[in-house]
Unconditional design. Sequence first.
Length: 71
Amino acid sequence: MTDEWTWTYFDADARVMTGEALVTTGFPSQSDAETWLGEQWRSLAEAGVESVTLEHEGTVVYGPMSLRTAQ
């Protein structure tokens, strides 16, 4: 089993999203996955992603977490 951290993307109706703009490859650490999200969340939100869930080897670590800014 590999040590893999991945994001699952959800739309406004809480349906899983897929597509070329959404990274589906794993990250080697939680820190790498979270750093990437910190750099990309605006682009993901613009692509229609409403929330994300972080998974480690298929187990949910946390989420869903909204990508919308607090108002």
